[in-house]
Design a protein around this ligand. Structure first.
Ligand code: ATP
Length: 333
């Protein structure tokens, strides 16, 4: 299995013990591993793929706990460095009663922001068949330079570059800066995944949740092989040089959508790492996207991202289940 290296932040999410409250109202918090790039690495390993994570953690109990979670899940930690002077990042996250997610970050600066280019494990990066990253690591130096250097080395090594911006506006100095920086590395990526909200933010459109192809295609670039737009319980849309289309979501009992996007990305990377030509054949690509949508759906059925990331056999169970009857007839598969 080709190696999938995921680069970026890993942190502790503190999640309220009861749902539907604001951060101030929460009576207490449970700690959960978080950070989209780390979630993607675990998603890959759960599905049986070969995953490594690159990032910096605090040399503290939380940092060692997070590295332990990666190891337990079969993710290589040889690309992790520990900072003796800065703490592991913390984020307090709540899903309020109005459905909005509220974040409060403790990064002043946290260890992940201090990863420097000379600390990168270049041998690991060169051996990657897929190199995946987000945009949080672009926000401040020296992590920003480490991110850019790692992308460059991965590309030289022949890796496919995969980008999921994972917009977290509160971490940026301004919305303009976020948009500008997220788009500054746009044309380097071979595969890009954005959510419908990120698409609207990046293209500065507001289409009342209607994603039109023109809006998505305005983000197309010449080196891009695959653009994916995820739409939560409405599935996803896909765009390549030669074709475009949509794949429906699976109907499940959703409890918490955290990590659905990371699970979706992990599944796609697992499937294309050994055979990039899947992207060029619509039938095979749709099969992969159905698999990825099933992964995303399963991830929403349990609280937290990491505990909910599925194994390959759990995905097969959902894919082979008889289609559910809906009011309109049978749901599409
Ligand atoms: P994240 O919250 O991890 O940033 P995202 O916004 O990037 O997520 P989503 O669109 O929420 O990504 O989810 C990715 C995929 O997971 C969707 O395309 C869909 O297939 C599946 N999914 C997400 N939410 C649901 C849901 N409520 N029911 C069924 N499937 C879902």
């Amino acid at each position: 299995n080709g190696l999938i290296v995921s680069f970026g932040e890993m942190l502790i999410d503190f999640v309220p013990m009861v749902s539907g409250v604001s951060l101030a109202e929460a009576p207490g918090f449970l700690k959960a591993p978080g950070g989209a790039p780390a979630n993607v690495a675990i998603a890959v390993a759960r599905l049986g793929g070969n995953a490594a994570f690159i990032g910096k953690l605090g040399d503290d109990e939380f940092g060692r706990m997070l590295a332990g979670i990666l190891t337990e899940n079969g993710v290589s930690t040889e690309g992790i460095t520990f900072d003796g002077g800065a703490r592991t990042a913390l984020a307090f996250v709540t899903l309020r009663a109005d459905g909005e997610r509220e974040f409060m970050f403790y990064r002043n600066p946290s260890a992940d922001m201090l990863l420097a280019p000379h600390e990168l494990n270049f041998n690991l990066i060169r051996s990657a068949k897929v190199f995946h990253y987000g945009s949080i690591s672009l926000i401040v130096e020296p992590c920003r330079s480490a991110h850019l250097k790692a992308m460059e080395v991965a590309k030289e090594g022949g890796a496919l570059l995969s980008y999921d911006p994972n917009l977290r506006l509160p971490l940026w100095p301004s919305a303009e800066e976020a948009r500008e920086q997220i788009l500054s590395i746009w044309e380097k990526a071979d595969v890009i995944k954005v959510s419908d909200e990120e698409l609207q933010f990046l293209t500065q459109t507001n289409n009342n949740n209607i994603i039109d192809d023109e809006c998505a295609m305005s983000l197309w670039h010449n080196n891009l092989k695959l653009l994916l737009v995820t739409l939560g319980d409405k599935g996803c849309r896909y765009y390549t040089k030669n074709f475009k289309g949509a794949v429906d979501a699976y109907q499940v009992k959703t409890v918490d959508t955290t990590g659905a996007g990371d699970s979706f990305v992990g599944a796609i990377l697992c499937k294309i790492v050994n055979d990039h030509s899947i992207i060029e054949e619509e039938g095979r690509l749709k099969q992969v996207l159905r698999y990825a949508c099933a992964c995303g759906a399963i991830t929403t059925t349990k609280k937290g991202a990491v505990p909910a990331l599925p194994t390959h056999s759990q995905v097969l169970t959902l894919l082979n289940a008889p289609p559910k009857r809906t009011r309109r007839g049978f749901s599409l598969r």
